[in-house]
Ligand binder design. Structure first.
Ligand SMILES: C[S@@+](CC[C@H](N)C(=O)[O-])C[C@H]1O[C@@H](n2cnc3c(N)ncnc32)[C@H](O)[C@@H]1O
Length: 514
């Protein structure tokens, strides 16, 4: 039934930046683990759907070996076509039921199963955990996402209403529409209400309106959707010799004085028991947990000493604060702003901002910051001064940490090369995945330029290409409603800085291969 459902209404698959191997590696390092090298890792995505995630990971790590499995043949066929079109060599997809695998896939350093565990029967859950137990390399990591209680108690009410309302005689899309209608109606009915239920319906209705039909079908109307309490999940995974490391959302709960409150006020001292309380206190609905083999020692607090041995990158803009000359105002990629008048931090962050997406080791960062400030490097003092700031910035996602140095291009080469996947997506007019596994939209002209970056064209070639497009009347320059007669030279002079700006934009967006 489920296999048929996934074949009939394909799931809108995601490229998961947050659970790509380099993110799992750095988080596990912070919790005291020594994860396998990412660049050459063997990586498996279970329930990979159309391969959106594993193909994105494979293009970002060209020396890795990636595998995806899913029993929905229609989804795998889409992924296989993408791989064939692009000519990607380091990823293979298999149409296979995890419970009945006919091939020996070997050992893996990173096993991910996003949107899988809660959405399959207990038998398949056991097959998943058994597979991980048997196929995880010695220091390997497993990533599983799942719905949790108590948060899903409330959502289960919506699920029950929806399941009651839809009819099996409807197509899956019709079922999604009927389910939406019911919740919309309930939300409207209570729109003047001030009680908990009215607020809940308003929120859930807004949440549903932003989701595709496939999500409603596979989440709310699915036959299998089994939220679990964290403590029960832990009990189950430990019977398969797997141990909890952390959740990819761990940063969200770090800055709160939770630990202290749980220990002092509620006398909950065990770190894993505290995790369950976090779920109670925040009505948590979803977890994305990282697991390792049992027997590996996991630190129950992030180890800040690790920060001295990792790589840093930061997608930041900055300017001098007009009112205070010693203060810099930084803007993060997520739209946050913060001021700093700490000269060492300012030197380090401005360096990262200027070199983005290049990764700098902590030693390089400190050394170059000192050069910028024209001061002698006093490693012990300066690292003590800088590290707590960097940690706080990591917690708000203002900077990124990596276990490995390899990064996308950070200087424009004469013949720029975009990744084959991004070029292919650009040709299709789709959102493009960058080399850090982030997906973004580009306008049609940017897409057409990106599609051409196969390493055979210089900036001048690209400008000339656009001039020819303009000559053929395929490209407007200036205001199309008030066309002006311009010469070829004027067109070239207008297009040159535009192309330069686009290329720098591609570079900053980690779309170009080093
Ligand atoms: C909710 S989707 C998640 C897809 C993808 N991981 C994502 O998050 O974008 C779950 C996927 O697991 C696959 N699946 C479910 N049970 C399976 C099984 N026993 N063996 C193989 N694939 C399975 C489904 O076909 C579906 O593509």
């Amino acid at each position: 039934m489920s296999e048929q459902t996934y074949n009939e209404l394909l799931y809108d698959c995601v490229l998961g930046y947050e659970f790509q191997p380099s993110e799992l590696a750095i988080m596990s390092r912070l919790f005291g683990l020594n994860p396998p090298p990412v660049a050459t890792a063997r990586i498996l995505d279970i329930g990979c759907g159309d391969g959106t995630h594993i193909i994105g990971v494979a293009q970002s790590l060209p020396n890795s070996h990636c595998v995806g499995i899913d029993y929905a043949a229609n989804a795998i066929a889409i992924g296989q076509k993408t791989i064939d079109d692009i000519g990607l060599k380091n990823v293979t997809l298999h149409t296979a039921n995890l419970c009945d695998l006919q091939v020996d896939l070997g050992q893996f350093d990173y096993i991910t199963a996003h949107g899988f565990y809660s959405w399959v029967s207990e038998e398949v859950q056991q097959a998943l955990l058994r597979f991980c137990q048997q196929h995880l390399s010695e220091n390997g990591l497993v990533y599983l996402s799942y719905n949790t209680l108590p948060g899903w108690h409330a959502k289960n009410m919506v699920r029950d209403m929806m399941k009651h309302h839809v009819s099996p005689s409807q197509s899956l899309s019709e079922q999604a529409q009927s389910a939406r209608q019911l919740i919309q109606f309930a939300a409207q009915l209570h729109q003047e209400g001030k009680n908990y239920y009215a607020q809940f319906l308003t929120d859930i209705n807004a949440h549903l309106s932003g989701l595709p039909d496939s999500y409603i079908v596979h989440e709310y109307l699915a036959e299998e959707n089994h939220p679990v309490y964290f403590q029960d999940f832990m009990r189950t995974v430990s019977s398969f010799q797997l141990n909890y490391v952390t959740d990819i959302e761990f940063k969200k709960y770090q800055h709160l004085q939770l630990k202290q409150f749980l220990e002092e006020q509620l006398q909950v001292r065990d770190a894993l028991a505290q995790e369950q309380y976090v779920d109670f206190l925040f009505k948590r609905e979803f977890r994305s947990s990282i697991l390792c083999r049992q027997g590996i020692t996991v630190a129950r607090e992030p180890q800040l000493a690790v920060l001295e041995n990792v790589y840093y990158a930061a997608e930041l803009g900055y300017q001098v604060n007009p009112n205070q000359a010693d203060t810099l105002t930084f803007n993060t990629a997520k739209g946050q702003r913060f001021d700093s008048n700490d000269s060492l931090l300012n030197a380090a962050l401005s360096l990262l901002a200027e070199h983005y997406p290049r990764r700098l080791s902590f030693a390089e960062l400190l050394q170059q910051a000192c050069q910028r400030l024209n001061v002698f490097l006093d490693y012990a003092t300066f690292s003590q001064q800088l590290l707590p700031h960097l940690w706080q910035l990591y917690l708000i996602d203002a900077i990124s940490l990596y276990t490995e140095a390899q990064s996308p291009a950070d200087v424009l080469s004469e013949y720029p090369v975009a990744s084959p996947l991004a070029r292919w997506q650009a040709r299709q007019g789709k959102a493009v995945a960058n080399l850090l596994c982030k997906t973004g939209e580009l306008d049609p002209l940017a897409l057409s330029l990106l599609a051409q970056l196969d390493g055979s064209k210089t900036k001048t070639d690209l400008i000339e290409g656009l001039v020819q497009q303009w000559q053929r009347g395929e490209l407007n320059i200036g205001d199309p409603n008030a066309p002006q007669k311009i010469t070829e030279e004027q067109a070239r002079a207008t297009l040159a800085p535009f192309v330069e700006q686009m290329l720098v934009g591609f570079l900053r967006n980690a779309l170009l291969i080093a």
